[in-house]
Design a protein around this ligand. Structure first.
Ligand code: KIV
Length: 360
């Protein structure tokens, strides 16, 4: 979290909760102490935020991203950045880096929970992760993926599940896979913004016979375009296009009134999304063609963990400086009580010896 110079803080009204720097501790202007350490029994800093949206580098809050704001970005030709996140720490990094849309994707079934595909994850599990993400995010639009089975039956049941994401987890939109037009209409009527998802839809893995690039024929490309139009017409606010040829995605993007967000759909979409774990190489599988690795967190974490293990094994961790110490006064008291105990023991031993000597 950026810590703001006093100079900047003074130029901003104090009731906005911005930081004020004072010697040795950082105070929030709200008056709460921002501890720079955690896990010590002191006040924790992890969930302290400046009130309202994140401040930009200029010191002023960035406006919250909303679903209509995404359409405005399309209108202005501004690319939309999106990433998945599944927990508080990664969501906070993603949000503070200025990513516009944060998807709590059901890909968490694979990258976080270790399932073979996305089908097993439940509504309750998705809610649990969405809540963690929601606590971290101030600026980005938070979209929750509806998991497999939660919207494939009666529309009223699907709407009830979607309501849980908004009500219980703070999602600002839900994402559903496939051209489920009636459902999108029902969700929008229930005031729940919807992101559609077309092309390679991972919840259809069994029907597709694997994770294959879709819309490779003219008919299939035209069908996806028709589905995209139908979703937009039904009220979807944006559509994820996954695993389709660049040309098909470009046509859809140019024709559609709402933004497209591509993953494996080429550079002509209105925005791009990647799975966070792919971006930082925290998956244990070869990357798909469309993935660009921006960091190697696996190598970084592995080396940190191995280093730690070695330090523990060689008693090089923790050091004295990483230990807590008794205050001098307490040490002196303990020493004095030890001295007293020693004196008593010595006296007893002397008396015993004297008695033995006298007996002889
Ligand atoms: O679940 C997910 O991560 C997704 C993205 C790949 C779009 O649906």
């Amino acid at each position: 979290m950026a810590l703001y110079e006093k100079r900047k803080c003074e130029s901003i009204p104090l009731d906005r909760g911005f930081f004020q720097r004072v010697p040795s501790v950082y105070l929030l202007c709200s008056g709460r102490i921002l501890s720079l350490r955690s896990g010590t029994g002191e006040a924790m800093s992890l969930t302290d935020f400046p009130a309202g949206a994140h401040p930009s580098p200029s010191g002023f809050p960035l406006p919250k991203v909303t679903m209509p704001a995404l359409s405005e970005m399309k209108r202005q030709g501004k690319p939309i950045s999106a990433l998945t996140a599944y927990d508080y720490a990664s969501a906070r990094l993603v949000d503070e880096a200025g990513i516009d849309l944060l998807l709590v994707g059901d890909s968490l079934a694979m990258v976080v929970l270790g399932h073979e595909n996305t089908l097993a994850v439940t509504v309750d599990e998705m809610l649990h992760h969405t809540r963690a993400v929601r606590r971290a995010v101030r600026r980005a639009l938070v979209v929750a993926d509806m998991p497999f089975g939660s919207y494939h039956g009666a529309i009223s049941d699907a709407v009830a599940s979607a309501v849980r994401f908004v009500k219980e987890a703070g999602a600002e939109a839900v994402k559903i896979e496939g051209p489920r037009i009636e459902l999108v209409q029902a969700l929008v009527a229930a005031e729940i913004p919807v992101v559609g998802h077309l092309g390679l839809t991972p919840q259809s893995v069994h029907r597709m016979g694997g994770y294959r690039v879709q819309a490779r024929t003219a008919d299939a490309a035209l069908q996806i375009q028709a589905d995209a139009f139908a979703l937009a017409h039904a009220g979807a606010g944006a559509i994820v296009l996954e695993g389709i040829p660049r040309e098909a995605a470009a046509e859809i993007t140019a024709a559609l009134p709402i933004p497209t967000i591509g993953i494996g759909a080429g550079p002509d979409c209105d925005g791009q999304i990647l799975v966070f774990y792919d971006l930082v190489n925290l998956t244990f599988a070869p990357a798909a063609k469309f993935v660009r690795r921006y960091a190697d967190a696996s190598a970084l974490f592995r080396s940190a963990i191995e280093h730690y293990r070695e330090d523990v094994e060689h008693r090089a961790f923790p050091s004295d400086a990483e230990s807590y110490h008794l205050p001098e006064s307490a040490r002196r008291l303990i020493q004095a009580s030890r001295d007293d105990e020693d004196a008593v023991v010595n006296r007893d031993a002397r008396e015993e010896l004297d008695q033995k000597t006298n007996r002889r």
